[in-house]
Design a protein around this ligand. Sequence first.
Ligand code: SF4
Length: 360
Amino acid sequence: MSRAPNASTSILPSPLISTPLKGGGFEGFWNIGTMEHFVYGPVPSRRLGRSLGVDLVPYKVCSYDCIYCQLGRTKEKTIERKPYVPAKRILPQVYQKLKEGIRPDYITLAGSGEPTLNSEIGSLIHEIKKHIEIPVAVLTNGSLLWDSQVRESIMEANVVLPSLDAHDQEGFETINRPHSEIKFETMVEGLIAFRKEYSGEIWLEVFILDGINGTEANAIQFKRWIERVNPQKVHINTAVRPSVETYARQVSPEEMTRFCKILGEKAEVITPYKDQEKHERGADVKEDLLNLLARRPCTLDDISSGLSVHKNEILKYIEPLVKDHTIDMVKKGSNAYYQSNPDRPEIRSTKSEIRNKSKY
Ligand code: SF4
């Protein structure tokens, strides 16, 4: 089923194929010091533990414009698939991160938009699986799974984490604000078709919002669709981080629990990520910190877990960055989130790196 290339059409240069990370050391073949950053983290993920993120599309190129998005408004709402970032530009950076000694729980294809819009996602998964022993996760909004080519392209992933935030067309338009050519039933039938063809794990996320889709009546409607999708797990999430729309508010823990119970035993409320272990980390804390915050707002705990650096050490970097407004601190409930200030030159350059990927 997979459209991934065979060995004779590998996208890696031959010296790398002869020294794969699987069972052997890796010597770099690229000078990646001046490259754009397509790989970030590891970031603390409440669903995947320590997740090495791979950004497959330019900043906010997405088929949706969700009201709860933590990255801001969608810049380009599209369903056009393109090699936004060729796999051969991403792979060396994945290798470089691993060479630094980082050992994530998953290599996660996700990033600043919808990763299945990248038409090279299948080749990338194939090459990672061939050379690296770390499981691959695809974090997708699931909006393009009605397209059999998209379904085929992610068949080799170990786990796919799609979203289902609405149970009808009205809710879909209110919450996800999809591209005009994506209809609710088309999207959800794509999820059902994928389930039938894919042998790996599907962990479905349902993102609930206060006063919008988080009631018990909503849960009963969701349950009908979830039974048809039949994922291994259902993750109930809410807006714990700052959302693009202020009216996209989190539901209470009690409501989350009630909602979850209605969905049955596969459903679980996602609990805040806690890293118990000491992990190795990459070399440049400030650069990793700015890369992380350019993609998502994080608490001090998130940053500390993701970068494997003690909170006191992180604060030494954060304080001057807040002082000179390179990053901002935003209160959300009882938590303080740090996020990049898009008007600062350091962040403009990080974000423009992300945006400029479209030219490759
Ligand atoms: S939350 Fe995900 S799917 Fe929704 S607009 Fe943001 S990047 Fe796109």
